[in-house]
Design a protein around this ligand. Structure first.
Ligand code: NAD
Length: 257
């Protein structure tokens, strides 16, 4: 069977863990060479080790996606690494700030906590997207996926910075997709529901939190990072050639009810 990302070069932020790592592995399985970028260099290195052990091509980069200069350098290095960027998955994100965790009401949310979350989830996606577009524009093609969340489609009480940042990612995705629709560059948003990653382990360790989450999910289970990766790989591939400006949910039916 043809591999859907054969000979493509893909940049993945947050590639050192969870959904980003699973997507890096899936993209390589589908024929891509991957640039794995993460604030955790050890996480990115571990992903690259798994890829090279499986016979794939990948390099690791350390980046803080909130830092404009670091993002520029990352995208430039990624563009040079494997003969020009074909795809990008802007996926690095956080669910909590330094003095804030899910469950905190809006009235008790500090500006610092707001900025901790939105600077990664929104500013980080903007900086990566802008830099990727500048390069893809020159080649006249490319596919970009920005990680939002089901919390980009519905409100999550006790998580206003996270919910706001993810709604904004979908808005940013739509605006940019319209701008580039005729250029050969496609831009879509990904909306995972609850997925088993270190992020959900951090925010949902309590049994009652887990039970509450599962009440919302018609399939009554968490998704796996691998199930989410399948959607991302497809969106990055030419098989998704007529899709741009959309938000794609992988959530066990969570947004249907
Ligand atoms: P994760 O914590 O396993 O991975 C997130 C990665 O992002 C980590 O490796 C972390 O080091 C990296 N990161 C954080 N801040 C960064 C920064 N400033 N610069 C560079 N890298 C940074 O979490 P995950 O569940 O795999 O989350 C991936 C994305 O999916 C996030 O955007 C998250 O909001 C989104 N998401 C996750 C779920 C879920 O249930 N896990 C649901 C919806 C959306």
């Amino acid at each position: 069977m043809t591999r859907v990302l054969e000979d493509k070069s893909v940049l993945i932020t947050g590639g050192g863990s969870g959904i980003g790592r699973a997507t890096a592995l899936a993209a390589v399985r589908e024929g891509a060479a991957v640039v794995v970028a993460d604030m955790s260099k050890s996480g990115a290195d571990e992903t690259v080790e798994q890829i090279t052990a499986a016979g794939g091509k990948a390099i690791a980069l350390e980046v803080d996606v909130t830092d404009e200069a670091q993002v520029e350098a990352m995208v430039s290095a990624a563009d040079d690494a494997f003969g020009g960027l074909d795809g990008a998955f802007n996926n690095a994100g956080v669910a909590r700030g330094r003095d804030w965790a899910p469950g905190t009401l809006t009235a008790q949310t500090s500006l610092q906590a707001w900025r901790d979350v939105t600077s990664v989830n929104l500013d980080g996606v903007f900086l990566c997207l802008r830099s990727e577009l500048q390069r893809m524009e020159q080649r006249g093609r490319g596919a970009i996926v920005n990680t939002a969340s089901v919390a980009g489609l519905i409100g999550l009480a006790g998580a206003s910075p996270y919910t706001a940042s993810k709604h904004a990612v979908i808005g940013l995705t739509k605006a940019a997709a319209l701008e580039y629709a005729e250029t050969g560059i496609r831009i879509n948003a990904l909306c995972p529901g609850y997925v088993t990653t270190p992020m959900t382990a951090l925010t949902g360790a309590l049994p009652e939190v887990n039970a509450k989450r599962m009440e919302r999910v018609p399939m009554s289970r968490y998704g796996t990072p691998e199930e989410v990766a399948e959607m991302v790989v497809w969106l990055l591939s030419d098989r998704a050639s007529f899709c741009t400006g959309s938000a794609f949910t992988v959530g066990g039916g969570i947004e249907a009810g």
